[in-house]
Design a protein around this ligand. Sequence first.
Ligand code: ARG
Length: 635
Amino acid sequence: MGWTYCVIWCLCLSVSECWQPPNSEPVMQGELQSPQYPRPYPPNLLTQWDIWVPEGYQIQLSITHLDIKASSGCNQDSLTVLHEQKVLGKFCGQENSADHPGKEPILSPGNTLTLIFQTNDSTPELQQHIGFSATYKAIDIDECSQSDPGDGSGPLCTQICVNTPGSYHCSCYTGYKLHLDQHTCLSSCDGCIYDKREGHLASPAYPHPSPPFLSCKYIISVEPSFTITLNFTDNFHIDNVDTEQGPRCLHHWLQVSTPGREPMKLCGGKSPGLIATNSNTVRLDYHTDAEGLSRGWSLDYSTHVVDCGEPEPLLNGGVTYLSGSQNQYHSVVQYHCNEPFYTLPGGRNVTFTCEADGKWRSNHSDVTPTCVSVCGQPTKLISTYQRTIASSEGPDSKIPWHVLLNIDGRIAGGMVIADRWIMTAAHTLTHDRKPISKETVQIYMGPINAKTLLGSPVSAASIHIHPEYNNPDFLDYNSDIALIKLQDPITFNSSVMPICLPAEGATYVTDTIGLVSGFTITEPDNQRILTNDLKYVHLLVVEQETCSNSVNKLKETMDNVPDLTNNMFCAGVPEGGKDSCHGDSGGPFALRDDGRFWAAGIVSWGVGCRNQGTYGVYTRVANYLDWIYKTMQEN
Ligand code: ARG
């Protein structure tokens, strides 16, 4: 491409004007000559050339031929070279003459250069000077060799300056990183992994203020058997912003993250001091932006072997060490429940491993298991069960859910249904139409016999009579069910065990054999006395219609026979002779399914005892499951 020049203004001359499109590309070199060169130049000229080259370059101008009429101070005809109004040289005469310096190339301080060629008309005779001819070229500026401008802005690069054609860039020594300002080298704060068992970290430039636009990442990662503790020095300051919701880490923050936990953002003027991360890997992200100022932070980190501490003890069970050094990383312990009275819901035993975060875990769960009580499975065989229907002695607690209640001198039965709950009949806990006070109830369980009554009873914490039980005249035994909450939970063993509650939708199949226990159950000939030992009898579930017929028959000849409702069922034997009786009220009628006894009935009422054609009436417990569970849950 040719050289570029523009005639910006002409006094009176016949120089062909040329137009430079304003958006044309700068060129790297060119040449220019005086008008009509190499013929003599005309008078009355004022011609200007504006040359520019890309930024980052200078222009080197070489005058290859000069022949301009000489005058003192070149104030007649002249070639003037300028850079932004500053005159770099004014030339006239011949290049060979000793008094002009035009032979040396002229270097522009910037990327533009202006040449003005001026002639006057003071030479009426035809003059023979032919003017000038010059070449120019773009020369790369070596920005890197420029000296510190001394205006406080510092050298171009804080570390390495790399000159490139037309430009330059900064670069940093290893371990340093070029800041976003493209000028400053910061000690590298990214992707650094600290794997020693102790170490030191600090914000870039610490203890000097942190530069803006930081995005530093530090990772501390040690062996999994160790846990990392961060110890921040007192000299801590990360810019925070006071908002209506209190100070916030808005522009600057140091975020501490450990796997599987919410990261925490630190800022403010107070050192967080010690942070036990409970992790063998920690990631720190330090962020600053253009706003605010942080004086920075510094920390030492240390590690110690993971120790999970003593495993939680298990109530009604225990824990044994299987492997590993005690409570340290990877130790394994095993929980078990005191079988056969308690069992773990999931299986026989559960193993917990001491994990890297210092927690005992089993299949990702750090919740200590609980032992649940086993219900309805006596450890001692109840003899002759299901074979014979006979009233037998029940020596020491063969019926381990049976409890003896002494209510102000009156004897009643009850049954253990949970470690704090006894179920009994409502009518045993009311007196003179009012619920009795819990203080008057004495509860005996375990190897009970009549002498037990001399021993120390268990106390009731509260009494819960079914809200629908209303039996002022002893004619309405509907909802004859009550619960007693115990002051202290029972620990179960072979002589005290709970009976199961009915399954949802449990059925009472006619002629199924049930087990009734009590202290007044007697053989046909015996007197009704409080027997020394707990007795039990096997009775059949009686069809509801049969029972209802028997009750109706009694009503024909007797007054004051209570009504039979569907919340009751009958049990007995057609020929009579086996029954529960007065004093057995509240006691259990147990049925057995899948080897487990469940509380089908509560001894409630009867007309006489053991008579042929009459039956004992029992509360149908399966009808009250919702109330039972609700009461136990809410109390
Ligand atoms: N209501 C009697 C009591 O307070 C229970 C009667 C049971 N009678 C019967 N024949 N099964 O002990």
